[in-house]
Each structure stands twice: as C-alpha cells, then as structure tokens.
Design a protein around this ligand. Sequence first.
Ligand code: AMP
Length: 451
Amino acid sequence: MAKPPKFQAIRGTRDLLPPETALWNRVEENARHVFGTFGFGEIRPPVFEPTELFARAVGGETDIVSKEMYTFADQTGQSEEASSLATRHSPLATSISLRPEATASVCRAYIEHNMQQLPQPQKLYYLGPMFRRERPQKGRYRQFYQIGAEVLGGSDAPAIDAEVIEMVMTFFNRLQLPGVQLDVNSIGHAADNCRRGYVAALKSALEKVKDKLGADSQRRIETNPLRVLDSKLEHEQPIIETLPRIADHLCDDCKAHYAAVKCQLELRGVLYKENWRLVRGLDYYMRTTFEITAQGLGSQNAVCGGGRYDGLVELLGGPPTKGIGFAIGEDRLILSLLEGLKSQGGSPNSPLAAGHSPLVYIAWMGEHVCATAIRAAKDLRNAGFSVELPPTEQKFGKALERASKLGSRYALILGDNEVAEGSWTLKTLADGSQQKFTEPELLEFLRSSRG
Ligand code: AMP
C-alpha cells in the first residue's frame, strides 16, 4: 500500500490544544457571564450563508468580499441525488460563503425571525469561527475566532454606544488583559451628508499629495479614501497628519451625538483616547467607531473593533433599525493574555497551571480491587473532582511516578488490604504525607480542601 502523505492543518488554520484550550474556555465563560450581566442573550448563526448576504452587508468593494471569502457553489432546492458531482458546478448552483464576520448573519436572523416585534432593543452576542483568506502571520489566521455582540432596534441614544463599549472594557478588565487602550471616533452620518462632504474634502486633499503616497494609498484615493487614514507606512505619516479631519466636518446632530457618547463614557469611568484616523474597513459603519488594542501582539495589535451601523438591517431588506456592535478577535485576546502570563512568570493561579492535571490519581493493584477503584473514580467524579484511573493495575512505585508526572495533587492508594479494611490511603504527592479515610471521610476531606 502507498505510504500515506503527511497531513498537516491547512495554511492559516491551526489546532488549539490543551492546556491552552483551558484559557479559551475561561475567556468564553467570562464573556458569557459579563455579557449576561448586561442583558445579552446568545445567538448561534450558521457558519455559511448566501454570498450575496456578505456582498450586500460588508460591501462588494471591500477586500473581505472581493478577495478573502471562501466561496463555493452549492445546489439548492434539489434532491441529494440530483446534486451529484456532475451537477455541482452547474449555473443553477447558489453561491455560498463561509462567514468572514457575523454581523451580517445576526442582522439576517433579526429580520428572518421578526425580532423587531420583540421588546427593543434586542441584545445578542455570539462566539465562533470566521474565515478570511488573508496572508497568515502572528495574530492573523484564515480561520480565526470572534466574540461579538450587537444591539439591534430601539433608539440610537449615545448611552447605548457607551454601554456597549463599557461592556467590552468590563470583560477585558475581568480578564486582566494587559495594556488595553480604547480609541474612539465619529465618522459622521451618510444620510446627513456630513460624511460625504468630508470624503470629498479628503479626496481633493489627497489628490494634491498623490505623488508622495505609496501605490496602495494612491489606489484608495479612488476606491475608499477613508482607508488611506489607516496607513501604517512610515513615510506617509507626516502627510496624513496634514489631511482634513472629520471632526471639522460633522453636522450638528453627529457632533452632539459624539459629544454625548464621550460624556457617557466618562460617567461610566471608561478611559478613552480620541483618534481622528480611526475609520473602520467595512462600509456599513456610521457615527461612533471604536477600536481596542492590547499588549504583546506586534503589528496586529487590535483586539476589538466596533461601531454603529444604523442602516444595515434596512440594507438587508428589513425595517429601518438602529444598530451597534463589536467583534473581539479571540485568537489575539488569548495571545495577549499568554504574553501577559509569561511576563509575570506564569502565575500559579493561571488557568494554564490549573484545570488540566487530575486532582486524584488512583493507584490500584489487585484483581479484587478493580471494582472498588472504578466505584471510587465514579463517586469522586460525581462529586466534581478530576480523577485519573489507570486502565490496568500498576505497581505502586510506577503509579506514584506517573501521578507526579501528570501533576496530580493526591494519589489514592487502593490495594487488597485497603479494600478489605474499607480504609483508603490518600498520599499528598508534594510532601509524601499519608492519611487514612473511609470513603465518606475522603469526600469530606477533598471538599474541605477545595477551599
Ligand atoms: P473586523 O471584523 O475586521 O472588524 O475585526 C474585528 C477583530 O477581529 C479585529 O480587531 C481582530 O482582533 C480580529 N481579526 C480580524 N481578522 C482576523 C484574522 N484574520 N485573524 C485573527 N484575528 C482577526
């Protein structure tokens, strides 16, 4: 038989493994808890949707839709047999895409389930994988994970913008994310014309300095002038500093909205920095935009991006609906937390140190002991303790060696004598001390030492 190829995860994708997955779980539990305290409920949309949904919502001209989506043809409305290999690529096929982000899906679900008839606003959060064919590097993957939330319906009161930002900051504080910085901006309102006026002024200023800009920025003058402000190129920085600023072009309503958002953030004790160059890459944003950066991430240091998108639900065929939301890059959040733990020398309370090792290793030997060992493992696990039960008996010396290697705190020694006497020996591996317990006493002891 031919030798099988050496399979590897596809470029830009990766396996998340223990013990790191313990940290992922802790992050997700905290997100669920904190978002719950702000009245958000979880939504789990599918990971693929019609390509048209993303083209409309995110914008056909964006890099995400034009270059980065995983798109394929699928048959709809046909039986399984009809969608055989031969017809899979027929023109009847519907184009579907793996989701590059989830806001579009949440808005689609809001419309599909008539959520505008429920009490407004609807506050929803999601967690899960997203897919973008980007150039992989540290903090940038082709399958990556986002934790996001959306507030749909109700009013566009600045307090809603501020509360959403406060929620993310509360979550990051709880995780003790190192070096968090919140940047805010307002990018005006398409309908009030203030954004259009600004984009025109920006474009004409950019035309004047076009020769001094790099190829990407030159192209963006035509396709999306706001994106020039995102440039990280060293030689473009002094030029960008001289460009017109959106704050000088906001209409009165947008100005008042932005001022009120900042005031609300202050009332909530949320520290922020104004950043006039903060424009979001996606077409649907308006007014409030924000981005949060953290430490230890190099050039890909944004852990969260968000903003207001009042026109999006309508654009997707729903009623006029206010909307604001954010997406946190979970991979980057974890990278930053790991960097933080590393620089503290890995605190003993770190989720990487705990959670994975068994508390109790059952060192059992003897034909008649097997049944007791199985029952002991079951009872301890039912009481919530983690237990390693070796599948075959081991000499006690070898069992203790393995228990230490796994990082267990205790070895429960079960031999013929212990079973006959109904008195079990618990060895504390750190200092070698031993104590004898009946089974109920053992449970009581472990419960009280859980603290
Ligand atoms: P966006 O949906 O582009 O606004 O991104 C929101 C957040 O998702 C960013 O701030 C990043 O933290 C994260 N993110 C976006 N693209 C990637 C990627 N390719 N790999 C890892 N994280 C990403």
